[in-house]
Design a protein around this ligand. Structure first.
Ligand SMILES: O=P(O)(O)OC[C@H]1O[C@@H](O)[C@H](O)[C@@H](O)[C@@H]1O
Length: 264
């Protein structure tokens, strides 16, 4: 049985993972961007904007953008880093304990010179995506292959698809329950690593290790209207809960950092 199928999303080459139990995930090589995740129940769990560019002209609006080596504008580089707008390589794929998985790689040599010149560190990124049952597991590893340390920040900027953002309740990210009444764009440093998100359709458990922080974002009506790659009312259908490592982490030569993330 083929578990990793070469396909396309818009104009972007992509890999579709199909687990024997029916769980599915689709990852574009542009950004190693998980654009769709369906559980074994067949239900889509990620939001992707109908207006998203799917031609490598800009980052995909939805799914799970990989943020590296900079979060938002916290640095002098590209907003949210270059990983989400770079062409990754499919490294491997397979089946493990009933989960279909694939790993994707990005290294300095894969970057166009304009980007590589601005961030000339000998890094290697590996993103592993696995699906089975109603569970998504992702793992991001950053390696320093060079002779000097480098700092980085990282996040998995997940757009959870929800029936109505106003009904979302998030527990475990902050000491208070978070509800999404209006625009919210907030960093929660030093999270416990286990949170739940409840909607009218049920609840999900979100677990993370290595990622020390979380960011919760929904643009609300006014900011959403200003986003050219989002329909005006699409903000009602997602909430981003992002496992993140925001304080730049200094990675020593020969060392690796790994962040894990699991949604079930
Ligand atoms: O429009 P972008 O670059 O994808 O960013 C979306 C949002 O990403 C979130 O992580 C930030 O906290 C927000 O401030 C930002 O607006």
């Amino acid at each position: 049985m083929t578990l990793a199928i070469h396909t396309a999303v818009g104009q972007l080459p992509a890999i579709r993972l199909c687990a024997p139990d029916g769980a599915e995930a689709t990852v574009t090589l542009y950004g190693a961007h998980l654009v769709s995740w369906k559980g074994a129940d067949g239900k889509e769990r990620l939001f992707c904007s109908a207006k998203s560019a799917l031609d490598a002209s800009r980052a995909i609006r939805g799914g799970v953008p990989v943020i590296f080596p900079q979060f938002a504008e916290q640095g002098s580089g590209m907003r949210h880093g270059f990983a989400r707008v770079s062409n990754w390589r499919l490294e491997d794929s397979g089946l493990e304990d009933g989960a279909a998985w694939a790993s994707f790689g990005l290294a300095l040599g894969d970057l166009p010179t304009t980007i590589a010149d601005a961030w000339p560190h000998q890094f290697m990124l590996c993103l592993r995506v696995a699906v089975r049952d109603n569970t998504l597991a992702m793992e991001l590893t950053v390696r320093n292959l060079g002779a000097a340390p480098f700092p980085f920040a990282a996040a998995l900027h997940t757009y959870h698809l929800v029936p109505d953002v106003c009904e979302v309740r998030i527990e475990g990210v902050s000491s208070d329950e978070i509800s999404m009444v209006e625009k919210l764009d907030k960093i929660y440093p030093g999270v416990s690593g286990r949170a739940t998100m409840a909607t009218s359709e049920g609840s999900m458990v979100i677990e993370q290790t290595g990622f020390t922080d979380a960011v919760v974002w929904n643009p609300g009506q006014v900011d959403a209207a200003a986003l050219s790659d989002m329909e005006n009312d699409e903000y009602k259908r997602f909430v981003c809960i992002e496992p993140a490592l925001l304080d730049p982490f200094m990675l020593e030569p020969g060392e690796a950092w790994t962040g894990t993330y699991r949604v079930s």
